[in-house]
Design a protein around this ligand. Structure first.
Ligand code: SF4
Length: 362
């Protein structure tokens, strides 16, 4: 059987080459690219500017969409969470977060995740598989179509964060391909400068990204200031302990260009990693490695089977003050979509007890 090509994962020039193999002129490739990426159409049938025989041929050899939305939840704060399924029936989760001046879409890079962070529900799924570039791009298209209508230009800028399910650096090739596709001015036009990729600390890939000129912003999930505690919370630390991770971060930091963001994420778990001593250890760790990156404190989002609670706001404030007293820039992230389990670490929660189940055709 001939392989079906996922056209959403092709750049404009790849689409041009693809249609040429079908004996079509180059402009048809550009037309299809515009249909998929600019008009955000999810079937060839809707591309009425293409001749019918070409549409039928495309149906045979290619695919305009692979994901289907199984459920959608809308939070009181406007956050939308989508549970989707791939063609091979694996779960994919995406969250759309509207804000005053921009929207943020949190997408998944893998179905499930092979890493075993103990504060994250997705970890319990294990790795089902890495997503293709097309499946990454399609999450963005689905969220934008649902929020604004098919092909309607978003009124605000769109930021992307690779902080949904999966470890993006274990699927870096597809991720970077998806970013190349999305950066095209004739398509979604979301450039890498609008994208943040968060890693649990895959050191060789941090070093690889340090050599890439046109890259997304980087965030490192730390969660603990000592190897002992980090190994417990994020077992990846056994493979790449803090000294190695932070030395890679320093190498990366040296390559930062003006306007690039590089942050550390620190999920705050009550009574686990949020003491005054932890704050001092964290500040000393970053200062010892000469890192000037900002720290984002993220109050943990409780999810039933996980044994953690969020740090109380006073604790977060105290933790923040200690870091600041030692010269660290700190930001406290406000949780969004908690009521629909869309907040960080809550993806994969409540799969079996849906709050609202819709079959929607976005
Ligand atoms: S926090 Fe991220 S890297 Fe860790 S298990 Fe969850 S999805 Fe994977």
């Amino acid at each position: 059987m001939k392989e079906t090509v996922e056209l959403l994962g092709l750049t404009k020039s790849e689409l041009v080459s693809f249609v040429e193999t079908l004996g079509e002129p180059a402009y048809r490739g550009r037309q299809i690219f515009g249909g998929l990426q600019h008009r955000r159409l999810r079937s060839f049938d809707e591309m009425s500017d293409l001749p019918k025989p070409l549409r039928s041929r495309l149906e045979e050899v290619g695919r305009a969409s692979s994901l289907r939305v199984e459920s959608r939840y809308i939070s009181e704060d406007g956050t939308r969470r989508y549970l989707m399924k791939t063609q091979d029936n694996l779960p994919v989760e995406t969250v759309f977060i509207p804000e005053e001046h921009r929207d943020t879409i949190c997408f998944s890079s893998q179905s499930g995740c092979p890493l075993q962070c103990t504060f994250c529900l997705t970890a319990q799924l294990g790795l089902l598989r890495s997503l293709s570039a097309a499946e990454i791009v399609e999450q963005i298209i689905i969220a934008l179509n649902d929020a604004y209508g098919v092909g309607v230009k978003p009124p605000r800028g769109t930021n992307l964060v690779a902080m949904g399910a999966g470890e993006p650096f274990l699927n870096l090739e597809s991720l970077m391909k998806a970013l190349r596709v999305m950066s095209d001015a004739d398509g979604l036009y979301i450039v890498p400068n609008r994208v943040t990729v968060s890693t649990a600390g895959v050191v060789p890939k941090i070093l690889e990204l340090a050599t890439v000129p046109d890259r997304p912003h980087l965030a490192i999930s730390l969660a603990a200031p000592t190897d002992e505690l980090r190994e417990e919370l994020m077992p990846i630390n056994k493979r790449w302990p803090l000294a190695e991770l932070l030395s890679a971060c320093k190498t990366f930091e040296k390559t930062l260009k003006p306007g690039e963001r590089f942050t550390f994420e620190y999920v705050m778990l009550a009574g686990v990693n949020d003491s005054d001593e932890h704050a001092r250890q964290l500040a000393n760790l970053l200062n010892r490695h000469g890192l000037t990156a900002k720290v984002n404190l993220i109050p943990h989002n409780p999810a039933d089977p996980l044994p953690y609670q969020p740090s109380p706001p006073e604790r977060v404030d105290e933790f923040k003050s200690i870091l600041e007293s030692k010269g660290i820039h700190v930001y406290v992230r406000r949780p969004r979509g908690r009521d629909i389990f869309a907040a960080c670490g809550q993806l994969a929660a409540r799969h079996s007890t849906l709050i609202e189940t819709n079959s929607i055709g976005v």
